[in-house]
Design a protein around this ligand. Structure first.
Ligand SMILES: *Cc1c(COP(=O)(O)O)cnc(C)c1O
Length: 429
């Protein structure tokens, strides 16, 4: 194919020659990083395949069950495949787990009892967890059940406050929750290695404490997962990385037999546990999505690094910066003015396969203290492994960008955001 052919294809989709050239110049500097990402994807593809083969995934696994879902071979095999990938004794992978917050709430509520204390040694947890824990009062929170919460913030330089953690651990400390991704905070995302160091430290103080990792956005970014470095549970959402863009719903908990059993009894009912829960028709998407997840995550990761490099060169502050090593797929870009956030999101929306013709606008979303703008044109509603962006319209006017099922689409979306900023006169090409 001629270079010219590709250029005119981009041009027909509204990308000007200077924007495309700017993108190509940046891309030329990213060859080494991209090949490192491809290598991780290659390793993880084999990891997933190996577990599927060892568990003897067969055609019968792809048909679902209805009603009670007894003896659902597809569901049971898939849970064994997850356990194989995460190197855990067991796993719970269900469409009845509605989202990441639900999976985390389930893991916490099923493994904590009244009188126990939950400790976060990595600062404030993800927004939605505040209501689960009861940091913000909420019906049915852990606090309502007499489960207390303690928190130790990271030190200003991002390192663990080991003294603070040692002081916080007490006889009631039952479970330690560690969030891998920074989410929408501005602390660094934790590498699996650092998570392992933290777990070892906590275990030295209290050997029987349960260590849970909120693994959202982190799956398959590295060759190891938190359960490889001592976590009792890794918990996440299937409409993020491990669903590969195909899972239409679902969450997972991979962990020790004891922890997973507790979660299963809470999800269904004491006495029933993992034995029930019809898979309906979602198993082909769960299996195929998991199979694609390593390369889909790699595409999203390339998009994040490409965006960081472009916007850094354009003079905006980006987090993580273009050189930082990556442990999740989220990229923040700070524009310093609302017009930047809005133009960025318009560009992402215009690049979508679904709803590309709509214009996103800031609105007063429940639970937020400022209007929020969101760009998403996804096959699965709310899916953030698909190309998407959002940002609150408040200082410092930062947009959060993530996802991209394929690298060419992530690339196009980012070029489209740059084009949108150029068209609005916010940047000069
Ligand atoms: C997305 C996310 C959650 C919550 O998942 P939902 O599916 O949105 O409920 C929790 N923790 C982190 C770090 C996340 O990124």
């Amino acid at each position: 194919m001629h270079d010219q052919q590709l250029k005119s294809q981009y041009s027909s989709l509204g990308i000007s020659a200077p924007v495309l050239q700017f993108g190509e110049d940046i891309l030329a500097t990213l060859t080494d990083r991209f090949s490192a990402i491809d290598q991780v994807a290659e390793y993880n593809q084999l990891k997933v395949l190996k577990s599927m083969q060892e568990c003897q995934v067969r055609e019968a696994c792809l048909t679902g069950t209805t009603g009670y879902g007894y003896n659902d071979i597809g569901r049971e095999t898939l849970e064994a495949v997850y356990a194989g990938i995460f190197h855990t004794q067991d796993a719970l992978v269900r469409p009845q787990i509605t989202c990441g917050t639900h999976a985390l709430a389930l893991a916490l509520m099923s493994n904590l009892r009244p009188g126990d204390e939950l400790l976060s040694p990595v600062g404030r947890p993800y927004d939605t967890l505040e209501e689960v824990i009861g940091i913000r009062p909420s019906k049915g929170s852990l606090a309502e059940y007499g489960i207390t919460y303690a928190q130790v913030d990271l030190l200003p330089n991002g390192s663990f406050d080991y003294d603070g953690i040692r002081n916080a651990v007490n006889p009631r400390t039952k479970l330690v929750t560690i969030q891998r991704s920074k989410g929408y905070a501005t602390r660094p995302t934790l590498s699996v290695k650092r998570i392992g160091e933290l777990i070892s430290f906590v275990r030295k103080i209290k050997p029987d404490v349960i260590c849970m990792v909120d693994n959202c956005y982190g799956e398959f970014v590295e060759t190891v997962e938190p359960t490889d470095v001592g976590a009792d549970m890794a918990v996440g959402s299937l409409i993020k990385n491990p669903g590969g863009g195909l899972a239409p719903i679902g969450g997972y908990i991979a962990g020790t037999k004891e922890c997973v059993e507790n979660a299963a009894y809470r999800l269904t009912s004491p006495g029933l546990g993992k034995e029930v829960g019809a898979s309906l028709g979602v198993l082909p998407n769960f299996y195929q999505g998991l199979f694609l997840a390593p390369t889909v995550t790699a595409s999203a990761l390339k998009g994040a690094i490409f965006a960081a490099s472009l916007y850094e060169r354009l003079g905006f502050s980006v987090f993580p910066d273009s050189k930082a090593s990556r442990h999740d797929i989220i990229q923040a870009v700070t524009f310093g003015k609302p017009e930047g956030v809005i133009a960025f999101c318009k560009g992402i929306q215009a690049a979508a396969p679904v709803d590309s013709f709509v214009t996103p606008e800031p609105w007063d979303m429940p639970g937020y203290d400022a209007p929020v703008i969101m760009a998403a044109g996804a096959f699965v509603s709310g899916s953030s492994i698909e190309l998407s962006a959002d940002g609150p319209i408040r200082q410092p006017y930062t947009v959060y960008f993530q996802g991209g099922l394929t690298w060419p689409h992530a690339k196009f979306g980012i070029l489209k955001s740059v084009q949108s900023l150029a068209d609005e006169g916010i940047i000069k090409m």
